[in-house]
Design a protein around this ligand. Structure first.
Ligand SMILES: NC(=O)c1ccc[n+]([C@@H]2O[C@H](COP(=O)([O-])OP(=O)(O)OC[C@H]3O[C@@H](n4cnc5c(N)ncnc54)[C@H](OP(=O)(O)O)[C@@H]3O)[C@@H](O)[C@H]2O)c1
Length: 201
């Protein structure tokens, strides 16, 4: 079982996923751009199981969550040797926010393919990027159903590991296929963007 998650990006999405992980008993290393000292209050608020680290510390954890702004993807390569590392990409390729919400022109590539190319050798699964963080932060169990997290990725074994982790947090998982195909459905304006779905038991 995965023990320690490295969270790169300690904002809305990073901390929301961290709270779910901690509740399920995982350990998390939280990192941002300002460094561990800036995260003292955050770590106190998160409680037992959370520590602050550098982005490189987080990149060297058992499993990594990317939750940085799109503009920061180019900073990731230098953090570690990504070869073989399991990485969950929760980013979206926004280059501006309200009111225009512009996305980067990726020449037809899926944004997670671009992320994957930026961290060579990593086994990347796209997940946790389709829901507004306040919805994602709710209890995943609602009535007799479980909130759905969509995933996509190119390695079946990696997706299986990521699926097991996400299910252990109380979510249901729907696998949309490969990065080239499925992950595009998860992108802004994609078919499952902002879709808050419950899988009934
Ligand atoms: N907000 C949502 O509801 C939502 C939903 C789905 C997906 N997303 C995606 O998730 C990503 C993060 O969004 P957010 O709303 O969580 O953003 P956010 O609240 O602005 O947080 C971004 C975090 O990334 C950190 N960061 C910035 N540059 C970094 C770097 N080079 N290395 C390490 N950490 C760095 C920031 O730290 P500093 O403050 O120290 O710079 C901050 O902790 C984006 O790609 C976004 O599109 C967001």
């Amino acid at each position: 079982m995965i023990k320690t998650f490295g969270i790169i990006g300690a904002g809305n999405i990073g901390l929301t996923v961290a709270r779910h992980l901690l509740k399920a008993g995982y350990k998390v290393i939280i990192s941002n751009s300002k460094g561990p000292d800036s995260l003292k209050e955050t770590i106190l608020e998160l409680g037992s199981g959370a520590i602050a680290g550098t982005a490189a510390d987080a990149a060297n954890a058992d499993m990594v969550l990317l939750s940085v702004p799109w503009s920061q993807i180019g900073t990731l390569a230098a953090l570690t040797d990504w070869n073989g590392k399991i990485v969950i990409d929760a980013t979206n390729h926004f280059i501006s926010y309200a009111p225009d919400f512009k996305v980067a022109d990726l020449g037809g590539k899926a944004s997670t393919q671009v992320v994957s190319a930026a961290i060579p050798g990593a086994q990347v699964v796209k997940a946790f990027n389709t829901l507004y963080f306040k919805i994602l932060g709710l209890d995943p169990k609602e009535g007799n159903g479980n909130r759905v997290i969509f995933i996509s990725g190119d390695e079946a074994a990696t997706k299986k590991e990521v699926r097991q982790v996400i299910e252990s947090l109380g979510f249901a998982v729907i696998d949309l296929g490969t990065l080239a195909g499925g992950s595009k459905l998860q992108e802004p304006k994609g078919a499952v963007a902002n879709v808050n779905l419950l899988k009934l038991e």
